[in-house]
Every structure is written in structure tokens, then in C-alpha cells.
Design a binder for this molecule. Sequence first.
Ligand SMILES: [Zn+2]
Length: 226
Amino acid sequence: MTTLAAFGLEEKGLVEIPGTEYRVRESVLGPLKELSQKAREAGFEIRVESAYRSFERQLSIWNRKATGQLKLLDANGVPFRELPQDEEVLMRAILLWSALPGGSRHHFGTELDVVDGKSVPAGYEVELTEEECDGMFLPFHQWLSKQIESKNSSGFERVFVPGRGKIQPERWHISHRPSARDLEKSFDPQALRKVYEKTDIALKSAILDNFDALMRDYVFPYFEGK
Ligand SMILES: [Zn+2]
């Protein structure tokens, strides 16, 4: 695995999840099928809301959030009325809910955002929020927690959990740990810094000035064994 694959800049080895528009690494497909079967037996239907994401896609999200073209939420999930003026404050605000391009675990192709398709009311558009996890998806998340605790989740685990780094907890985000391991190992922060230097990315100087802290707060705490 190359470090570019860990940044979403190398798409070799990605395969489509049948019946969806999403892609994952090949080694994730079997375990996902297994977990979906277990969910079905428990009365749930795992619906994938997001999987692999390219660097370009994350860059587009980042740049649109930095310029106010996409809604920017505070730690309570309330939209900012005005964008923070200070570049570093703005950068940290984006990072509460969106990853740095190249620093998103969704680049790995081993990560999924999932909900229980059976609990989605007709016409409702899933937003992936805490409220949903405590509401319509609560039984599903309680079931998933039990599966993970009892090591019966086919290698999937939650990674954005309280007390780790500075990313808000995300119950809907699961990682296929055995597959993510290789990507984490190949992740070379200095190579990512070089990518930023060559990329047209919003808040570039704030990112480069705070690079080591960003890795420490938003990337490495979620690696296995950290
Ligand atoms: Zn996610």
C-alpha cells in the first residue's frame, strides 16, 4: 500500500459495494456482507451512506466550507451565522465535522458511514447526526455496540469515539480495522505536507503552520494502538 492510497490519491484495489454507488477495498466486501447478514437476522438493514472518498472530493468539501458555500456547523451542530474571520479559528471549526483532504479515514476505502435502512421514514433524508443516533437509529446502534463489544462485528469497530482526538464522536462511522491497518502504516505525514504545498487548498497557510498539531489532533489519535 502506498502513502498516496492513504490520502485518497490512488484508487487501485477499490471495488463497488453491490447495489450501491460506493466503493471500498476488496478486503472489506466479505466482512461487510457478513455484518449485513447478522444485522438482517436481528431485524435491521445496513444501509451505506458513504464509503471511499477521493482526495479531490474531500478537497471540494473543504474549499466550499471555507468559503461559506457549504453550511458550517459549530460543536452543537448549529450553523455559524458568519464565518470566523481568523483563518485558524475557521480551520478548526471546519475540522469539527469535516476532515482535512488527505487526512480523512474515508480515503482508506476501509471506512463506512452506515444507518439502519429499515428505520428511515419514507421521504426522510439521512443527515448523519447525533439526534438520529439517539432517535430512529438507537436500536440499531445499541445492537451494533453489542456486536463490537463481543467481537462479533466481522472486524468492524467505531473509531470516532469520545476521549480520543478532536473529531466529534460519530456512531455511524465504522472502520474495518484489519483492512485499515495497512493504510495507517503507509501514512506518511511529510508526504501529505508536500501534497498541500502543491495543492490549491483553502486556508493553506493555516494548515501548513499548524501541520504537526493537525496530525496529532485529527489523524493519529484514530490509528490503531494510539
Ligand atoms: Zn464517516
